[in-house]
Design a protein around this ligand. Structure first.
Ligand SMILES: NC(=O)c1ccc[n+]([C@@H]2O[C@H](COP(=O)([O-])OP(=O)(O)OC[C@H]3O[C@@H](n4cnc5c(N)ncnc54)[C@H](O)[C@@H]3O)[C@@H](O)[C@H]2O)c1
Length: 305
């Protein structure tokens, strides 16, 4: 079952898991209904422990992908609500894993766990982490709790620190890397794009197909091969708004951009430019298939059709 299936990641994960395991095996749930909800959709507030417990028991669900969260940029507008949602929904799922109702959980962390004192190029698996956003603080605390449950209660919680995820079917949910999705829609509409980050702001990014593949790979790996029981660094590419703009220009010659950095620039300035993900590569064979130009080509072709 996916919790938070209506979001940028969840909506694509549902189709992906259905293609791998069959419709009847996959349940999706979210606090909101939307038009693309599949057959096995359950309206569920992940803050309500009793409802989650009942749903999971009744449907004999053994594996959960817990994606519900408030993201970095949105989270700053309401820090307490963000902390409450991001932490308490995680505890609800961790407790079900502790009670062995769930046998396996995927929970995504983020590069937002890093902060101004972390090395920026690259940030390593065990670098200093001093996140400055409530989102980053909740993800770092969440990682520590995942490791705590894994070590003390023999749970099987698996996690990666996702960089900015770029997709074209689903819209982003309020993160600092959302520009890299929005820019493609402006290019297709022949609008001048107003970018909320400076042209030379490098951030780690990942194409949605690679994000889905990473989740599948880490969930299928033998548990004994996973040496990190908190959350794995993961990366594929790093680029700046200017480099992405230039990559899109190869297909959209008249496309234009202006840079109007806003409050999100301050968040981006505390995040690493690149990530050392050697643990993921060595432990479970992580390897991306998309770089910047391959991703741009794929998105433009798909948006066109
Ligand atoms: N998108 C990225 O670039 C990115 C990067 C790093 C990590 N992540 C992580 O991946 C996960 C999914 O991200 P996303 O981009 O799909 O987020 P999103 O904001 O697009 O989707 C989150 C979903 O959670 C749902 N939700 C919110 N409160 C809920 C509740 N109480 N009960 C049930 N559902 C609830 C929302 O309705 C929404 O559909 C999050 O944990 C996020 O932190 C995402």
């Amino acid at each position: 079952m996916i919790i938070g299936s209506g979001g940028q990641l969840g909506s694509e994960l549902e189709d992906y898991l259905v293609s791998l395991y069959g419709r009847e095996k996959i349940y999706s749930s979210d606090i909101k209904k939307n038009n693309s909800n599949g057959e096995n959709f359950i309206l569920l507030d992940a803050l309500n422990k009793d409802d989650i417990y009942k749903t999971i028991k009744e449907n004999n669900i053994k594996i959960v992908y817990h994606l519900a969260a408030i993201l970095s940029a949105k989270g700053e507008a309401n820090p307490i609500q963000t902390w409450n949602l991001n932490m308490n929904t995680l505890f609800n799922v961790l407790e079900l894993a502790k009670e062995k109702v769930l046998s396996k959980v995927f929970w995504p962390s983020s590069i937002a766990v890093f902060g101004p004192s972390s090395p920026r190029n690259p940030a390593k698996q065990f670098s200093i982490m001093d996140p400055t956003t409530v989102y980053g603080i909740s993800k770092l605390a969440g990682e520590r709790w995942c490791e705590y449950y894994n070590k003390n209660y023999s749970t099987d919680i698996r996690s990666v620190r996702f960089p900015g995820i770029i997709s074209y079917k689903s819209l982003p949910g309020g993160g600092t890397t959302d520009y890299a999705v929005d820019i493609f829609h402006s290019a297709m509409k022949k609008e001048k794009y107003s970018c909320f980050l400076k042209e030379d702001t490098y951030l780690p990014m990942l194409y949605i197909d690679d994000a889905l593949m990473a989740m599948h790979k880490i969930m299928e790996e033998k548990k004994s091969n996973l040496s990190i029981s908190s959350s794995y660094n993961l990366s594929a590419m790093s680029f700046s708004p200017k480099e992405l703009f230039e990559s899109i220009k190869k297909y959209k010659k008249n496309f234009d951009i202006k840079y109007n950095p806003d409050y999100r620039q301050k968040i981006a300035d505390t995040w690493p430019e690149s990530i050392d993900d050697s643990y993921a590569r060595n432990d479970w064979g992580w390897k991306e298939s998309f770089n910047l130009d391959k991703m741009t080509k794929e998105i433009i072709l798909n948006l066109k059709s």
